[in-house]
Write a protein that binds this ligand. Structure first.
Ligand code: SF4
Length: 144
């Protein structure tokens, strides 16, 4: 069983109310092999919402502890993203998830890159980092 980014499964969970549907992920969900989650919605954020990016380039980026995730509206969403990450981990534990397939680039689901102060930068989203820290493999949709 996989966890997958809900937007990849066709849910309109993206910040702008759209999705990033990928037929392979839809197939996994339909066959009962994947559970869709949107960490940002699980963190209590609305959809649509302000796009969020990190504002610090720090080695502790992946932990989300030393970096602030700030919306285009200037609001600090770090705590909401952390809450969503913890809730996603809780779901992963309930279903004994060993691996996740996530949408890259997101401050929550990013796997190989995120956006830091407007620049595409190597790093992980807060949820991906937390899952990996807890022994769950996280792959980007771009790698499968
Ligand atoms: S937080 Fe993850 S699942 Fe939710 S819209 Fe962003 S990339 Fe998709």
């Amino acid at each position: 069983m996989f966890l997958v980014s809900a937007c990849l499964a066709g849910f309109n969970t993206r910040y702008d109310g759209t999705n990033s549907k990928d037929r392979r992920i839809v197939k996994l969900v339909l066959s009962g092999k994947a559970i869709p989650v949107c960490p940002e919605q699980l963190g209590g954020l609305p959809t649509p919402r302000s796009p969020v990016q990190f504002i610090n380039n720090d080695v502790a980026l992946a932990s989300g502890q030393k970096n602030r995730a700030v919306g285009r509206d200037g609001i600090d969403y770090t705590m909401a993203l952390l809450k969503g990450a913890k809730e996603t981990l809780r779901i992963a534990r309930i279903f004994h998830i060993k691996a996740a397939i996530f949408k890259d680039g997101s401050p929550s689901c990013g796997v190989t890159y995120v956006w830091i102060s407007g620049k595409k930068s190597h790093g992980k989203g807060i949820t991906s980092a937390l899952l990996e820290q807890n022994g769950i493999e996280v792959k980007t949709i771009d790698s499968i």
